[in-house]
Each structure stands twice: as structure tokens, then as C-alpha cells.
Design a binder for this molecule. Structure first.
Ligand code: FEO
Ligand code: CA
Ligand code: CA
Ligand code: CA
Length: 615
């Protein structure tokens, strides 16, 4: 009966109704419109359902150990963890699963954000290798964690970024071994520190007394790309690699805010590389947690840590150009009760001009959302934050945004900008502490605004439109595009918004990207138990949403145990590359090779059987 009611709704205030449903589905169903947020009129929709822009048939949820795509589409594996990028590299050994030397010359583990670059007609894929799953990655030895120096070397090489030329030959995509573009960037690759924090006392170390050069990137999650052809790798849970040989080391408030403590998350890197030991090198953690800019077509280039974009647990980096050419970058900080950010460059993009350092200087803002569908960007300055300098703001960005009064969010993941109008979307993946605890900095996390549910298990996608269609504007209007839930189990706010049905339901939206047609691709990283409150949702998945109608349809279901994350289109738009991260997690599967094979993170390509573009 509820679904009939939902389907019968008409259009004029649909988005207001989504927000109302998020606040109280029961009140809404009972006809109380008093709770409807004022943003509805700003986000007009046609009626739900019947969008012919969603060109494919929906896929049913499942728990298969394979990828399922919509009928009329096909998929294939493009690149797997452990595949050598050069012909002198060792082929993947399913018993040892390689060593440091082979991994340094092979495709990394746990694929995440990715972008495709055109090199004179050749396709260069840059893809993050967020982390490694120790149990699978080390294999064979019965260890759950890295334990030896050799393991640490291999582990560091499993992280970072893989840059590989790929080609479609006889209809199948694969790595072009020995391509001059192939490159592995790991946790040991030399990098430059740029921007306001460059040279600051807090980033100086014994090995780098000038505070200008550091080693490596790790836990790169989402990605970004610039109009001048560079790749952005975004450092997320960088904290989990630091530990202390002195159990009594002082944990400062800043370390506590970023989750840096005596113990690491099991990677063991400090046991073989003392720069990860905070009792010996207390400034080293201040040199991670940034967006890293990489020239994917110049393997000899030095990656640049862009401190102007702030230091936090970065998810992705979504760039848009303002009318005057300034570069606007939207950035999420994925931790419970952390913030959503906007960077505005000082310089202006000029097509064909010298743009390579536009991310070196600019201003950071953090978002404040008010109830009723309005919000504003709070500029982070020494005046608004009480900090001594822009450098301090760029290193202790979380505390700066707290001081400025930003809104604590339900774990901001990817941000995506609609190519057809000034409208931006962000996944708020979930937040079990909403309405129950503070964030790490002691900021309250009240229920309300774009974070409308206590102990939020399902997540939602917020979207906003800058005033006047100008991404430089201080003010914006916001609404919720979807509130995820389970309408087969719940009848309250946990049923989700009206555009969630038993046929398309999901939890924990994460990866987001718009295609050329203005459709929003949504990837999930959620509870795939298919039980209890998640019954009927199956494995993690990828869906497509239509911003015009609010309709959402499931396009792909991933294999057991995976997260579906990262997506990019080929130059001709006929292949859609998708990341399958940690398939078989928890010993639940053997994707992609089946049987009793080692499960391997991989990039797949999805194509339409009729050969048409796929977005
Ligand atoms: Fe690596 Fe927030 O996901
Ligand atoms: Ca993510
Ligand atoms: Ca996630
Ligand atoms: Ca993940």
C-alpha cells in the first residue's frame, strides 16, 4: 500500500516531499505537509517513474559471486591486482601472491577512483590503489597482517596509484605492457609539498628540514581530473599507517582529531620504516592527508601534494570552472561528523595557457547547512578560525572548519557536479553516531538539515544549487536527492524517500559521477549482508539516477564481498570502466577468476551490446 501511495504522487513538490519523508515518512504519508522543507519549489521535478532517459532495464539485487549488468550490456576484466605492467615483471603467483619487487612493477590492489586520459589516441588509465587486504594480499603465510620488512615493502607497493595504458584489441580491453606511460606510484615515490603548508614548521622533518619534499601517497580513495589534463589522487585514511614505538607518546589534540595514535591499523609500516613512527618523526603525519596532483602522461614528473586543498580524509575532488575562470573544487571529508569543503583558486584557467599550478593557492570554505533548504560557504581565514596563518588552516583544516561553525555531516563521500546546470551532489554514506555522539573534535551531531536521521545506517545524497548559478556564490539552496532505506522492512524514515522502492533499494551511497547526458551514476559501499534491515539489497551495486525525475534504477550488481567504486568512460564513451574493490572479502568469493582462485580487485569495462555509447 505504501508503494502504491508513493507511485501515485504528483510532481510539483516532489523534492520537498523527499526531505519531508526523510524527516518523518509517517507524517508525510498522513498528509502533513507542514514539515516540507522550503527547497521543494527550487528543485522542480516531473513525476517519478517513466523516465526514458534511463535507457536500460533494472537489475534485480542478488548475492552472486560475479558481476551482473543490465540485459543488453556485457562486461569484461581490464586489469587485475598483481598484473605486471612490464614484460620483465613477474606474472602473478597465486601461491606467494608476489613480493615487494614484483608488486612494485605490477598493478596495485583495491582499486578506487579512476580517470582515463587521451594520449594522442591512446588510452591511459590512472587508478588509485586505496589499500591492501592483508589476508588476501599476503596469502599463503597464514598472516593477517604485514609482519616483516619484506611484507612492508610489498604492502607499500600495493598502495598508491597505477598508471597504465590500456587498449581494446579484438573487442577486449587489456593492459599494454611496456607502454611508455606505464608507471607505479607507491608509498615511497618522491613528491613535492606545494601550497601554503610548503616549508611550514609543522611539515619539516629530519629528512626534509625545508619541509618541501616527502615520500609517497597511500590510501588514495576517490579521484579527480583537471581541465589541464592532470589526475588528482585523494588521500583518505592516511592516519592508519602511523604508530608509536613509545607507548607513552603524547597524542596532541590535532593527532586525536585525525585519528593518529600509538597503534596503526595493522599495516606495520613503522616496524620497517621509521618515518611512520610518530614518537621519532612527529611531523610526518602532517605531510599526508592531501590531494595529490599527478601528470599522468609524464612518467618522470614529480607528483605534487596540493596543501591548499586542505588536509583531511579526502574522498574525491570535483572541479568546476567559475565564469571568470577560477577553479572551484568540491571536497568531502569522510569521517563521522566531518565537513564538506569548497576550494576556490586565486588564479584563473585560460584554455591553452599556463594552468599547471592553479591548485597551488586559493581559499578554502566549509559548508554550513540550515534547515529549510538554505546554506552558505564559510570562508576559512585566520580571522574566522582563530588560526595564525593559511598554512595552519591547510594543515589543521578540520579544526579550522570546526572553529568557523561548519555543519557536521554524515560522512561526505564523493561529490559530482551536474554538467548541465550549476547543481552539485554529495553522497553522505551513513553515520551510526548521528544524534548520539559528537565528532572527534567534540562538535555536536544533531539530527536535522541534510542529516535527518539518528543513527543513520542507510545514507542519503544531498544536492545544492549555488545562488545565481555561480559556483563562487556564498549562498546555496539544498535538498535531498534520495534518502536511502529499506521500504520492504521499514515504514518509518528508514524506508527512505519516495524514489526508493523494493526494486531499487540500496544502502551507503559512495562513488558518484555524472555522465555526459546528465545522469548520475551511484556506487555503493554498504552492508551487503542481505539480511535484517538490509534484506533484499544484495551485494554492493551501481545505480543510475535521473536528476530531472528523481527516478533511480539499478544498473549493475557487484560480486560477493566487494565495494563498487571508481568509474570512468573511454574517449568514445562506448566503454564504462568500473572498479571492483576487494571482491570476496571475508572469504566469501573468488571473483574474477572463479573456482578456488585468489579473489583480486580489478577494473572492469562495461559495454552496450548494440555498440552505442554508455553515457
Ligand atoms: Fe575510501 Fe570514504 O571511501
Ligand atoms: Ca569511498
Ligand atoms: Ca565508503
Ligand atoms: Ca573501500
Amino acid at each position: 500500500m505504501i508503494s502504491v501511495t508513493r507511485r501515485s504522487r504528483t510532481c510539483e513538490t516532489e523534492f520537498g516531499r523527499l526531505a519531508a519523508a526523510a524527516i518523518s515518512r509517517r507524517d508525510f504519508l498522513g498528509g502533513s505537509v507542514a514539515l516540507i522543507a522550503g527547497a521543494g519549489a527550487l528543485f522542480p521535478l516531473s513525476a517519478l517513474g517513466g523516465s526514458d532517459r534511463l535507457w536500460f532495464d533494472g537489475v534485480a539485487a542478488n548475492r552472486l559471486d560475479t558481476v551482473t549488468v543490465s540485459a543488453g550490456c556485457s562486461w569484461q576484466v581490464v586489469a587485475r591486482w598483481g598484473e605486471p605492467l612490464w614484460s620483465d615483471g613477474a606474472e602473478f603467483d597465486p601461491v606467494t601472491r608476489g613480493d615487494g619487487e614484483s608488486q612494485e612493477r605490477a598493478f596495485g590492489d583495491n582499486v578506487d577512483g579512476m580517470e582515463i586520459f587521451d594520449a594522442g589516441g591512446r588510452s591511459v588509465l590512472a587508478v588509485n590503489n586505496e589499500y591492501v587486504n592483508a589476508g588476501v594480499f599476503f596469502g599463503g603465510a597464514g598472516r593477517g597482517e604485514a609482519a616483516t620488512a619484506a611484507d612492508v615493502r610489498k604492502g607499500k607497493a600495493g598502495h598508491g596509484v597505477s598508471i597504465v595504458e590500456i587498449a581494446r584489441r579484438e573487442g577486449r580491453w587489456s593492459i599494454v605492457k611496456d607502454s611508455p606511460y606505464n608507471r607505479r606510484i607507491t608509498a615511497d615515490t618522491p613528491m613535492e609539498i606545494t601550497g601554503p603548508a610548503r616549508g611550514h614548521a609543522w611539515v619539516r622533518t629530519e629528512a626534509d628540514p625545508a619541509g618541501v619534499a616527502c615520500l609517497g601517497t597511500w590510501n588514495d580513495c576517490g579521484s579527480g581530473r583537471t581541465p589541464w589534463g592532470t589526475y588528482l589522487a585523494c588521500e583518505e585514511n592516511f592516519n592508519g599507517y602511523f604508530s608509536s614505538s613509545d607507548p607513552n607518546v603524547e597524542i596532541s589534540a590535532a593527532f586525536a582529531r585525525y585519528g593518529i595514535g600509538v597503534r596503526d591499523w595493522g599495516h606495520g609500516w613503522a616496524t620497517a620504516d621509521e618515518r611512520f613512527d610518530i614518537s621519532r618523526h612527529p611531523h610526518e603525519p602532517n605531510r599526508a592527508g592531501y590531494v595529490v596532483e599527478i601528470d599522468p602522461l609524464d612518467p618522470s614528473s614529480t607528483p605534487k601534494k596540493r596543501t591548499a586543498l586542505g588536509r583531511f580524509k579526502h574522498e574525491n575532488a570535483e572541479l568546476v570552472l567559475a565564469g571568470d575562470g577560477r577553479v572551484v573544487v568540491y571536497l568531502g571529508d569522510d569521517e563521522r561528523g566531518e565537513f564538506l569543503y569548497r576550494f576556490v583558486s586565486d588564479g584563473r584557467y585560460v584554455e591553452g595557457g599556463e594552468n599547471s599550478d592553479l591548485l597551488e593557492s586559493g581559499t578554502l570554505f566549509a559548508a554550513r547547512f540550515a534547515d529549510g533548504g538554505r546554506g552558505e560557504w564559510l570562508e576559512l581565514t585566520p580571522e574566522s578560525t582563530g588560526m595564525a596563518s593559511r598554512a595552519e588552516i591547510c594543515i589543521h583544516t578540520r579544526m579550522a572548519a570546526s572553529a568557523a561553525g561548519a555543519t557536521t555531516m554524515d560522512r561526505p563521500e564523493w561529490v559530482a557536479a551536474n554538467p548541465h546546470r550549476a547543481e552539485v551532489y554529495c553522497s553522505l554514506t551513513n553515520n551510526q553516531d548521528r544524534g548520539r555522539k559528537t565528532n572527534r573534535g567534540g562538535d555536536p551531531m544533531p539530527v536535522g538539515g541534510p542529516n535527518p536521521r539518528a543513527a543513520n545506517r542507510y545514507g542519503q545524497i544531498v544536492r545544492w544549487r549555488p545562488d545565481g548559478g555561480d559556483p563562487l556564490a556564498r549562498g546555496f539552496s539544498w535538498d535531498l536527492f534520495v534518502v536511502a532505506g529499506n521500504p520492504a522492512v521499514h515504514t518509518d524514515a528508514d524506508a527512505g524517500s519516495p524514489n526508493v522502492t523494493p526494486d531499487n533499494m540500496f544502502n551507503s551511497p559512495d562513488g558518484l559521477a555524472f555522465d555526459r547526458n546528465g545522469l548520475l551514476w551511484i556506487q555503493t559501499d554498504g552492508d551487503d549482508s542481505d539480511a535484517g534491515g538490509f534484506a533484499g539489497q544484495g551485494n554492493n551495486q551501481m545505480l543510475v539516477g535521473d536528476p530531472e525525475t528523481g527516478e533511480i534504477r539499478r544498473f549493475l550488481v557487484g560480486p560477493r564481498g566487494c565495494e563498487v567504486t571508481g568509474l570512468a568512460w573511454s574517449g568514445d564513451r562506448r566503454s564504462l570502466f568500473v572498479g571492483i574493490q576487494h571482491p570476496g572479502a571475508g572469504g566469501r568469493g573468488h571473483f574474477p577468476d572463479g573456482g578456488s582462485s585468489v579473489p583480486r580487485s580489478c577494473v572492469i569495462a562495461v559495454t552496450r551490446d548494440d555498440g552505442l555509447p554508455i553515457g
